[in-house]
Design a protein around this ligand. Structure first.
Ligand SMILES: O=C(O)C1CCN(c2ccc(-c3cc(CO)ccc3Cl)cn2)CC1
Length: 320
């Protein structure tokens, strides 16, 4: 048996922050943000934390499908902004929906989180499980430096995910997950200082999200493009849609050009949500399913690709 996506759902904070709202509190402009990123607005949490958003997704997935919480064997949440180190967001979701038979854990792979989690979850269905939830969820707004216009304007909050169920038909055709820890400092967030009475003098990092934009931009348009090209190879023209991590519209332009694939096959919604890290691919998938663009009828070939902090990147070719 294989894992198959049988339902998708999203849950985003109610508060919409437009580019002009940011221009009121920092030296930026709608024009700069729009032209350099393609972002027009983003959701920013007020009272919601990451677990609240992920619980919302889980409840919607149960409503949309014929299963009950007790049917679930596992819950995986991909996040870089958990409420706590422990309990995991996944355990908070498990408790809230009453999935008493599900084991639950968070997966930390930044913007590659959903792709890593989908790959791991699918192997669980192939071996020990029948049904599980894979959710990407972030409240990035709690780790941003709101005095730093180079990062604060890029990110947003949100969650989305899928229900994975056992099927006789293989969904994943090819996959390739990668990491490069030697470039770990290009994108960091959430460093926790040691504050014990025994601590010595050691270097620390910032609790705020810090990004070497140029390095990450080049990483996306070189390493990630190469990984997609190598994986998809001769299937390139059979792919209906490419669902890439929604970091920046200009990156999608460059990736499409380098892959020699029509730009229209690269779905996008960063205009409405900004960069939501692990939530960006499932958010895009759920919107495409709701719009009837992706039908979940087993006839469409898609590529998911996440890339970001770690550095991590991953490519999965699926038939949905
Ligand atoms: O044009 C400019 O001056 C700037 C140049 C730098 N930009 C960037 C650079 C990198 C990212 C990014 C971030 C992540 C983290 O999830 C992952 C993947 C990427 Cl490619 C997003 N924007 C914004 C516009």
């Amino acid at each position: 048996k294989y894992g198959k996506i049988t339902a998708t759902a999203s849950f985003v904070p109610t508060q919409i922050i437009k580019n002009d709202d940011l221009a009121q509190i920092m030296a930026t402009s709608d024009e700069w943000i729009k032209s350099r990123t393609g972002i027009l607005e983003r959701r920013i949490a007020t009272t919601e934390n990451t677990s609240d958003l992920c619980i919302g997704v889980a409840e919607k997935l149960l409503l949309k499908s014929q299963i009950t919480a007790n049917d679930l064997d596992f819950i995986i949440v991909a996040t870089m902004t958990p409420d706590y180190a422990t309990p995991s967001v996944a355990c908070l979701v498990q408790g809230a929906i009453g999935a008493n038979n599900a084991f639950a854990f968070d997966l930390s792979a930044a913007c590659s989180g959903f792709v890593y989690a989908l790959s791991v979850a699918e192997k669980l269905i192939q071996t020990i499980a029948q049904k599980g939830l894979v959710i990407g969820g972030e409240v990035l707004s709690k780790c941003l430096d709101w005095q730093d216009r180079t990062t604060a304007v890029l990110f947003g909050d949100g969650a989305a995910g899928v229900l994975l169920e056992a099927s006789d038909v293989p969904m994943i055709k090819k996959e390739n997950l990668q990491a490069d820890g030697t470039r770990s400092t290009s994108l960091t967030a959430g460093y926790v200082k040691n504050d014990s009475p025994f601590k010595g003098e050691s270097p620390t990092a910032s609790p705020y999200l810090k990004m070497e934009g140029r390095e990450i931009f080049d990483f996306a348009t070189r390493d990630v493009v190469a990984a997609i090209d190598q994986l998809v190879a001769e299937d390139k023209d059979k792919i209906d849609f490419y669902l890439l991590h929604q970091a920046n519209s200009r990156i999608l332009d460059k990736v499409a050009r380098k892959l020699k694939v029509p730009r229209e096959r690269f779905l996008q919604n960063m205009d409405k949500y900004g960069n939501t890290s692990a939530a960006s691919i499932p958010l895009l998938l759920d919107e495409a399913v709701s719009a009837g663009i992706i039908r979940l009828d087993g006839t469409q070939n898609l590529v998911f690709s996440g890339f970001g902090g770690g550095l991590t990147w991953g490519v999965i070719q699926v038939t949905l």
